[in-house]
Design a protein around this ligand. Sequence first.
Ligand code: GSH
Length: 218
Amino acid sequence: MDLYFMPLAGSLAGRIALYAAGAEARYIEVDPNTKRTSDGNDFAEIYPLALVPLLRCEDGSLLGENAAVLQYIANRYPEARLAPIDQIERARLQQWLSFTSTELHQGLFCQLFDQDASEGTRAHALNKSQSRLNYLDDHLSGREFLLDSFTVADAYLYTVLSWSVPTRVPLTPYPSIKKYCRRLRRRPSIAGAFQEEPALYRGQLARHEAGVRPTPWY
Ligand SMILES: N[C@@H](CCC(=O)N[C@@H](CS)C(=O)NCC(=O)O)C(=O)O
């Protein structure tokens, strides 16, 4: 299995899930500016949207979109129990993957990372996010994970919440979210992923120092 990734982007959730599953995988870095892959290909030719994550499955087929990629990894390694089997619990997993993708990833952080977004757009996104973060904070109060145990939805949520640091979204009003982040960052799969990707991100910055400005994902 190959995971196309950009350091510290949403694809980090896939790396966390693969580490948690103890899966063998090849990690192929994509340069956000040139769209060249670390194995010398044009990513836009592989995937016209040129977005990460993108997974090349064992049969050679491609799978995009974090919610789908993460569920595929969970299904492929069932012994790691990264997704519930029970029907209603599985629907709840899907609910949290969708919430993270639409309400937080796209609705909040993509707006804040967008260097072309106006101040008004950013302020609006921040304002709207308060109800989402309050809802999440209430849900996490007294819970260790989004569901009853660690799942791929936690891998994705942790990844997205880590962007509150570079975007300076204050988490102080959300004590349960803060505690959740502190707990999760001690998990070996998350600590391991954060050992790898910041160095790769710094490498990406260094490569672009004198040229094009890289997307400030972190
Ligand atoms: N809907 C996609 C969004 C993926 C996405 O926004 N990926 C960003 C990184 S987090 C990306 O590839 N950005 C590169 C670019 O826009 O050039 C998903 O949920 O996977």
